[in-house]
Design a binder for this molecule. Structure first.
Ligand code: ATP
Length: 367
């Protein structure tokens, strides 16, 4: 199965450059998610790979082949669209067969593949129905089946779950992931849904404004966001961020927020590049990094005493929204014991100092 490489890709629509000098490599068997907000260029990038759009510069390679200017049908890629794109007049079987007969695959082989994919996707009983006689989830399965029967090493998905309700979306997410575990094909999957990205991807490329902001495993993206955009886009609730200035404190450094309400010792932070006194930084921490009780073992913590704005509970998850340094911060609390917080107007919280994320306030880059 091939490695996909985008080398110095440029794409313009008229005067608008939507992708400028983009580089990305996708390994064999990888489940690569292109994640980013609406309009960031992820569908454009997928369509360039599929050959549905033409690049204005650079090169796309699949394995040994330069496919930059090949016809879509010659690239050896299967694609599943958001809209499913099923032929309404053909049956499920006819839809799945369509790309096979045109490629000269024998009737016998086509039947074999359709039976295999239908079994895998549990749509055997639907093969003689038309798309109008199917639910949204069933149509999505057929669209995936039609891609699978081609038995290409690479499958592209463009927001395949966005037309499904929440329950079905969760189910299909697991199905697609199971399928990938089984087939070990290379997947390029476009979504703006960070839960899909975090749960399905082996690698994520986070995009904004046509630029890859970070490329890494879901853990790297979540735990070590490369910049403020990634820190803010990935995670729910979004990462808490305080505007601070670095100050000298004896032999060490502290980050002090602008109203001087908090002072955070930076010595425990594993800075790649220690900030200098006087520089403006943004200090980020996630809702689940806090303890709500003093914490004996582990590293140093800083205590904040915060007025409570409100509590939010959803099943086992609960969050306290607190005021710190004039901002609202989210702190995760134990949803099973959320009642003990009822009526509280203030809450002490303890932040482990090794959990900090520090960003340059000017460039937004992680320090
Ligand atoms: P979404 O999640 O909303 O689909 P996206 O990240 O996939 O967003 P693209 O569809 O790739 O974004 O669009 C990237 C940018 O290119 C947007 O600013 C969009 O308006 C612009 N664009 C896309 N297609 C065209 C086109 N055919 N002509 C002109 N501009 C386009």
């Amino acid at each position: 199965m091939p490695t996909i490489a985008f080398n110095n890709i440029v794409k313009k629509f008229g005067a608008l450059t939507v992708i400028e000098n983009l580089n990305l490599e996708i390994g064999d068997g990888e489940f690569l998610v292109l994640l980013g907000p609406s309009g960031c260029g992820k569908t454009t990038l997928l369509n360039l790979l599929a050959g549905l759009l033409e690049i204005d510069g650079g090169e796309i390679r699949i394995g040994e082949r330069d496919v930059s200017y090949l016809d879509p049908k010659d690239r050896g890629l299967a694609m599943v669209f958001q809209s499913y794109a099923l032929y309404p007049t053909k049956t499920v079987r006819g839809n799945m067969n369509f790309g096979l007969s045109s490629r000269g695959i024998s009737r016998e082989e086509a039947d074999k593949r359709i039976a295999w994919a239908a079994k895998l996707l549990q749509i055997e009983h639907l093969l003689d129905r038309k798309p109008s006689q199917l639910s949204g989830g069933q149509r999505q399965r057929v669209a995936i089946g039609r891609a699978l029967v081609k038995q290409y090493g690479v499958c592209l998905f463009d927001e395949p779950l966005s037309n499904l309700d929440a329950k079905l979306r969760n189910e299909m997410r697991i199905e697609i992931k199971k399928l990938h575990n089984q087939l070990k094909n290379t997947v390029v999957y476009v979504t703006h849904d960070q839960v899909e990205a975090m749960t399905m991807a082996t690698k994520i490329a986070v995009m904004d404004k046509g630029v890859i902001q970070q490329f890494g495993t879901p853990d790297q993206i979540y735990n070590e966001p490369a910049n403020l955009f990634v820190a803010d886009f990935v995670g729910s609730p979004a990462m808490n961020v305080l505007n601070c200035t670095v100050k000298q404190n004896g032999s060490g450094l502290v980050a002090v927020d602008e109203p001087n309400a908090v002072s955070i010792n930076l010595d425990a932070y594993k800075w790649k590049n220690k900030g200098v006194a006087g520089s403006a930084v943004k200090v980020g921490f996630r809702a689940e990094d806090f303890f709500t009780e003093p914490h004996e073992d582990g590293g140093e913590t800083v205590r904040f005493d915060c007025p409570v704005e409100y509590f939010e509970k959803s099943g086992a998850d609960a969050f306290a929204f607190l005021t710190l340094a004039g901002r609202t911060i989210a702190v995760r609390i134990d949803g099973r014991n959320a009642n003990r917080y009822r009526g509280r107007t203030d809450l002490p919280v303890y932040l482990p100092l090794d959990k900090l994320n520090v960003f340059d306030a000017q460039t937004g880059q992680r320090l």
